[in-house]
Design a protein around this ligand. Structure first.
Ligand SMILES: Nc1nc2c(ncn2[C@@H]2O[C@H](COP(=O)(O)OP(=O)(O)OP(=O)(O)O)[C@@H](O)[C@H]2O)c(=O)[nH]1
Ligand SMILES: [Mg+2]
Length: 278
């Protein structure tokens, strides 16, 4: 297979997998449909895309209705490369931070308990899409409050918790409320490099693909630290492992820039990979 065949499609497919909102998923599906190979043997694939498009159309309709009906958003769907949840006491600046970091526009006020339902936004970190969630303020014994269990389940599925409070007493309360959970916690101290700190605490790497003779593709792909070339190959395209010949690599994980590496090679943050296929 020539290196370029299916590249555009692979890119669209990747966009679909990394899309955060239902709307973004739909856009990526349209792109997949447009770039998919159009011959006899790809009929199944085209049909599959159409079925997915119908499904996302339905989800878009449902989302629209829900917004109208103001159904409480007490369960969230994980989207993006990771989910980071702002957990804190009231008036600790959660909504202010969410607004600063993402595209969302939560209500911010000096009154306590302004945020009543989880608020969700998407943050861009050097091309990687991260989901940021603000939870309503945590109070003593919140687990036993009306939506306590639902809130706790959002906390549990989060890849990182950013803890926000106004004083030591509130900090203690938060740790007491969360003491039974195994969580990855970052304490917020009005750092101006909060985005970098969040990324560092996620233990992930960003890896770029490239084509021969061209610069690196944007955006990068996000993977857990310790991921191998095989992991990224699988993410780029499901056929890449089967068709893999070798890859060239630029970055910290190789001594010689442009060195040939195999599928078991462990990737580092900011590595650039050029796949060569059979
Ligand atoms: N001085 C100062 N005020 C801030 C800062 N961040 C937020 N505020 C103010 O603190 C108040 C509460 O901010 P929010 O972002 O609504 O706090 P929250 O944690 O979302 O609070 P609830 O959703 O009501 O529980 C608002 O009046 C903000 O303008 C900050 O860094 N410094
Ligand atoms: Mg708030």
């Amino acid at each position: 297979m020539p290196i370029n065949a299916g590249f555009e499609f692979g890119k669209a497919e990747r966009k679909f997998h990394e899309a955060v909102t239902i709307h973004e998923k739909m856009e990526a599906l349209k792109e997949m449909y447009r770039t998919a190979p159009k011959h006899k043997s790809s009929e199944g694939l085209l049909k599959e895309i159409k079925i997915k498009m119908a499904k996302y159309k339905e989800l878009m309709d449902r989302e629209r209705k829900q917004k109208k009906g103001k159904v409480a958003k007490y369960s969230i769907k994980k989207e993006g490369a990771a989910t980071i949840t702002l957990v804190g006491t009231t008036n600790s600046g959660k909504s202010t931070l969410l607004k600063k970091l993402t595209n969302s526009n939560p209500l911010i006020s000096e009154y306590p308990f302004t945020t009543q339902d989880p608020e969700i936004g998407t943050m861009d970190y050097k091309g990687v899409k991260l989901q940021i969630v603000e939870l309503p303020a945590i109070v003593k014994d919140f687990m036993h409050s009306k939506n306590g269990l639902a809130l706790m389940s959002i906390i549990r599925i989060s890849d990182l918790i950013v803890l926000m409070y106004n004083n030591e007493e509130e900090r203690k309360l938060l740790y007491k409320e969360l003491e039974d959970e195994q969580l990855n916690i970052l304490e917020y101290k009005k750092q101006n490099n909060i985005k970098d700190l969040m990324w560092d605490h996620l233990d992930m790497i960003k890896v770029y693909t490239k084509q021969p003779g061209k610069g690196k593709d944007y955006p990068p792909m996000a993977l857990p630290k310790g991921s191998t070339l095989k992991d990224i190959a699988q993410k780029v395209h499901k056929d890449f492992i089967k068709k893999f010949k070798f890859a060239r690599l630029w970055g910290n994980s190789v001594r010689f820039q442009g060195a040939q590496v195999g599928l078991s090679h462990i990737l580092h943050d900011e590595d650039i990979v050029e796949f060569h296929l059979k």
